[in-house]
Design a protein around this ligand. Sequence first.
Ligand SMILES: [Zn+2]
Length: 273
Amino acid sequence: MIDFHTHLGNLDREGYPKRPPLTAEQLLWRMNEWGVDLAVLQPLESPEGGWGYFLTEDAIAVRNRYPERFVAFLCIDPRYPSLERLFDVFVQQHDCRGVGEHVNGLKFDDPLNLRLYAKCQEYGLPLVFGDDLNCFDEPGLPRLERCLREFPKVTFCGHGPGFWSAISGDDDRTIVYPKTPIRPGGALDRLLERYQNLYLDLSAGSGNNAMTRDPEFARGFIHRHWRRMLWGTDYCLVHQVVPQVQWLRDLDVTPEMRAAIADGNARRLLRLA
Ligand SMILES: [Zn+2]
C-alpha cells in the first residue's frame, strides 16, 4: 500500500513550541499501523503552501535514510530565479520522482507555473497540486484544462478544496467542504474523460469530503475513475486524524479496483516495479 501524500517537519510554526515537528520515525510508526509500505514525501516550499516549510533537501535526506519506505518529490517555488537548474539537480542527482506539493498564490497557468510544468514534461514527472479556493483557478477549472492540454506528458494529480469541489456541477468555488448532494456534470468528470493525464489525489479533508458527501454519486465516480485514483493521507501533524484509512477498509469495490487505488496506480506513476 502506498500513501501518495505526506509531509514532515515543522509545518505548524504558529504552534511553536507546543506543536513539535513531525519526524520521519513518527510517520513510520503511523505507516506501520495503517499497513502502508511506502509513502511519498512532498516538500512544501511556498509562503502559500502551509504554515511552514518542508524543504526538498530534507525529504531527500529522509528518503536516503529509509529508501525502502519513502519516495522523495521535489518542490520549487516557481518564483525561484534558477528554477530549471535546481529542478535538474533534484532529479538527476537525487532521484526525485515527482513534483509537489505544488501550491502557490499564482494562477494555475501563470507563466512562472508554466516554466515548472515544462520541466515536469521534460522528465515525464507527475505533479501533485493543491488548489485553494482563493487562488489558482476559476469555476470549471479552465486554467487547469489549458495545462492538461499543453503538457500531455505531465500527470496532474489534483488535490485540495478548489479541486475537489469541482466534482459537482453546481460548484462556484465558494464553499471549502460542501456537504450538499453532488450534481452531475461537474468539471472533474468532464476533464477526466477528456484528458488521460489527470489523476485524483484522495488525501486530506477535501478528498475525504468528496468521497463521502454523496455516497451514491461517489460509487459511480469511483467505478468510472478508479484507474486514476491515488490513496493518500496528507499526514503532516502528530496525532492527525486520518479518515482515509477506514474509508479504504470499508470501500465496496472489487479486489482489482482496491489494489489499483491503494497501490498500483501510484506504483505506475512513481515508476516502481
Ligand atoms: Zn499536502
